[in-house]
Write a protein that binds this ligand. Structure first.
Ligand code: NAD
Length: 363
């Protein structure tokens, strides 16, 4: 790079170039030194095992508070993560976060039927909101969350971690740039052999239970990010085999999404058997990610022998840093509320189609 173009680059990007120890120029982005403060709302499996550990590795945000309905968890979390008394809330006091300058972001990690209510409490407290997938129970709840974020001038991002994962980002680019030609078919499934207690929220319909809500949003979202298109119609079948556990919601869902160019995506979700694949066929080749939704080890291959090796970084840390940086730089996050709402529209149509004997439903 000549001196002039180097200066231009610095001026345009607002970045400074430094030369690393091995002699390659590296980019130092200007950034506020302050880490944003995150409060985790709901201290179940995902917060405990993935998000809190991830927040120990983030550069742009850190764990500063908790919201929990389980008093016995408070001393454990306070000791492990150095959380002061003033940053501990329960569901009744959560709105008081409005008065706490330590907290910039509320991250909703609750059963699916609680996402909308607590996201809106967070937004009304003037805090940015991150909310786990699936965004909410239906499109109306999603819209209310988006409205609350807009009214309060805060960001709303959905925890679609795959969109932050490097191999997933590579295949999104393949689709956008038609590296292997036009996408002609997609097959994707997410599932595991679950064994919930029948009263676990994941098996209770009114709490957002069922394999479609839990795992089906991954292949739905994958169909959309692999094509960059929105589906126009869907048909689906939902059923359960283990009626003793999943009498109230789907143990299995099979669905087809039709895209405007006639492309059909075949999707599956399951609480009955393990599946974890995203296969994309194109006019000049193919690529696949297997597994495509694991917390680590997302790997891929392509028809011309390219190997997409697993990224060693903490997936949730990457997601939260991306989303924190979007807040700091006042940019739209990678997966804003609208992204979650589009998937919920498809989820609802899948349920309607199954109820109506697998009729094609327009979207
Ligand atoms: P979990 O059941 O382990 O935890 C839920 C938490 O909510 C618990 O701490 C529980 O005490 C609390 N809670 C508060 N009120 C409750 C009520 N009325 N009934 C039941 N629990 C109540 O669930 P989880 O696996 O941590 O999932 C939480 C959310 O995170 C879900 O929306 C799920 O879809 C999402 N999640 C996302 C990923 C991902 O990879 N992005 C992975 C796991 C879970």
């Amino acid at each position: 790079m000549s001196d002039i173009s180097r200066r231009e680059f610095i001026l345009r990007t607002g970045s400074a170039l430094a030369v690393s120890a091995i002699g390659f120029p590296s980019i130092i982005l200007p950034q506020s030194k302050e880490k944003l403060g995150v409060v985790l709302v709901g201290l179940g499996y995902y917060s405990t095992n993935l998000l809190a550990p991830g927040l120990q590795q983030t550069e742009h945000c850190e764990l500063r508070g908790i919201v929990t309905g389980s008093p016995e968890k408070i001393p454990v979390w306070q000791e492990k993560y150095g959380i002061p008394d003033g940053n501990v809330y329960n569901y009744e006091t959560m709105h008081e976060i409005a008065n706490n300058d330590d907290i910039d972001i509320v991250y909703i990690v609750l059963p699916n039927n609680m996402h909308a209510e607590y996201s809106i409490i967070g937004a009304n407290a003037g805090k940015h909101v991150w909310c786990e997938k699936p965004m909410a129970m239906d499109v109306a709840e999603c819209q209310a969350m988006i409205d609350a974020a807009n009214k309060n001038g805060v960001q709303l991002a959905i925890g679609y971690r795959m969109q932050h994962e490097p191999n997933t980002q590579t295949i999104i680019k393949y689709g956008a740039e038609e590296t292997y030609g036009r996408v002609t078919a997609i097959r994707s499934g997410g599932g595991f052999r679950a064994n919930h207690e029948p009263d676990n929220w994941r098996a209770v319909k009114k709490m957002g239970g069922g394999s479609l809500f839990d795992m089906g949003v991954y292949p739905i979202n994958a169909a959309r990010y692999s094509t960059g298109m929105e589906p126009v119609a869907v048909r689906a079948k939902q059923w359960s085999v283990r009626e003793d556990i999943y009498s109230d919601c789907d143990e299995y869902t099979d669905f087809e999404l039709e895209f405007p160019n006639g492309l059909i995506m075949e999707g599956k979700s399951s609480f009955g058997n393990g599946m974890n694949y995203l296969d994309v066929d194109c006019s000049d080749g193919w690529y696949r990610l297997r597994p495509f939704l694991s917390y680590n080890g997302v790997r891929g291959s392509t028809s011309d022998g390219t190997i997409l090796s697993a990224d060693p970084n903490h997936q949730q840390a990457r997601q939260m840093d991306d989303d924190a940086l979007a807040i700091k730089e006042n940019r739209t996050p990678i997966a804003p509320g609208e992204e979650g709402m589009t998937d919920l529209r498809i989820v609802q149509a899948i349920m309607d189609s199954s109820r109506l004997d697998e009729q094609w439903m327009k979207l």
